[in-house]
Write a protein that binds this ligand. Structure first.
Ligand code: FAD
Length: 315
């Protein structure tokens, strides 16, 4: 029987929704037992949230002062030690998972499978290549632990309603002392997180300045949406790089995506392949974004956005 261990991503006592999406991926592996490991200084609150996910059998908590911060170098040997009882080790394909799992794979002496987007069997998976322009089917060796990241945009979050057991685990693993957190600079925002938001409003080069991006912020506020941007907007310094959507930015799957002044380059579209309804505002009727848009507004964004906002305010 397959035994799947999912490494929980969390911060400030909150389980990241990417973990619930990884559970849905694991649930597609027929007959698999799904456990979640929570590494923290005090894992209790996160473990309770993880145990409530449907499909989870057991939550393992590894409490240790060194686990207060999710440092890949510190977590990897602990995950590798837990992995000996499992056939599969999964983590979301977020910065957290992409940082951690290659180290785990190296410690276990296996290769890492990246970006699972569909499960065909316990050893066959589909994943995107060439910036999402092609999908390949990968057959993993069955006689070794499979270490893999999950493309979270491809899976819905597992629902709450489960009641898994929570068990504290003490690991006898030497932890490296060469890596420690010195400082963390994080942008504090009350807006939804770009990667997990159900609505996203993104701006492109056409915004023409950082100041004009306030038009995007204002519409996002009205819609309760997260903010995104094209790479051209990021490179021009209108917004920070953590807002970039696309091949070299975030891969997202909101229910509503509003692309404002974005041409629809293939590298941008890669990031919104799994979006629900796509609305595009662009003054060029031949812009490629209209090929993927469900609703297209042709015109000057500086005229359309204020109009759209006043319509929303009146609604
Ligand atoms: C290896 C690689 C990786 C990349 N990764 C990414 C990535 O992750 N994300 C990403 O976004 N890009 C990525 N790019 C860049 C990508 O190829 C495009 O250059 C970029 O997406 C273009 O951004 P844009 O649509 O904002 O700008 P443009 O392509 O310049 O488009 C601006 C659009 O705004 C419209 N417009 C102009 N004025 C107005 C107005 N007043 N009102 C309405 N519409 C207007 C124009 O008609 C045009 O369609 C990558 C490129 C490479 C080579």
């Amino acid at each position: 029987m397959a035994k799947v261990l999912i490494i929980a991503e969390h911060a400030h006592g909150q389980l990241n929704p990417s973990t619930a999406r990884s559970v849905t991926c694991a649930s597609a592996m027929e007959g698999a037992q799904i456990d979640i490991a929570v590494f923290a200084a005090d894992a209790a609150a996160v473990a309770t949230q993880a145990a409530a996910l449907q499909g989870v059998s057991q939550v393992l908590t590894v409490n240790h002062p060194a686990n207060a911060e999710p440092l890949a170098a510190v977590l990897a040997p602990q995950v590798a030690s837990l992995a000996k009882d499992y056939s599969h080790v999964l983590a979301p394909s977020t910065t957290f998972g992409k940082d951690l799992l290659p180290r785990v794979a190296a410690l276990l002496g296996v290769g890492q499978l990246s970006d699972i987007m569909a499960v065909e069997s316990l050893s066959r998976f589909r994943r995107p290549v060439y910036a999402g322009n092609a999908i390949i089917t990968v057959e993993a060796p069955r006689d070794r632990t499979l270490v893999a990241t999950v493309r979270i945009a491809s899976f819905q979050a597992a629902e709450a309603g489960g009641n898994a057991m929570i068990e504290a685990v003490a690991l006898d693993v030497p932890l490296p002392a060469h890596t420690r957190l010195v400082d963390r600079t994080a942008v504090r925002s009350d807006r939804p997180d770009l990667q997990t938001a159900t609505r996203v409003v993104s701006g492109g080069r056409a915004l023409a300045s950082a100041e004009n991006f306030s038009l995007i912020r204002s519409l996002a506020d009205k819609l309760g949406a997260a903010i995104g941007a094209s790479r051209a907007a990021v490179d021009a310094g209108y917004v920070p790089s953590d807002l970039q959507v696309g091949q070299t930015g975030k891969i997202i799957a909101p229910e509503l995506y509003v692309a404002v002044g974005i041409s629809g380059a293939i590298q941008h579209l890669t990031g919104i392949k799994d979006a629900g309804t796509i609305v595009a505002i662009n003054k060029d009727p031949d812009a490629p974004i209209f090929e993927v848009a469900d609703i297209g507004l042709v015109g000057d964004l500086f005229a359309i956005l204020p109009e759209l906002e006043s319509t929303l305010a009146a609604a």
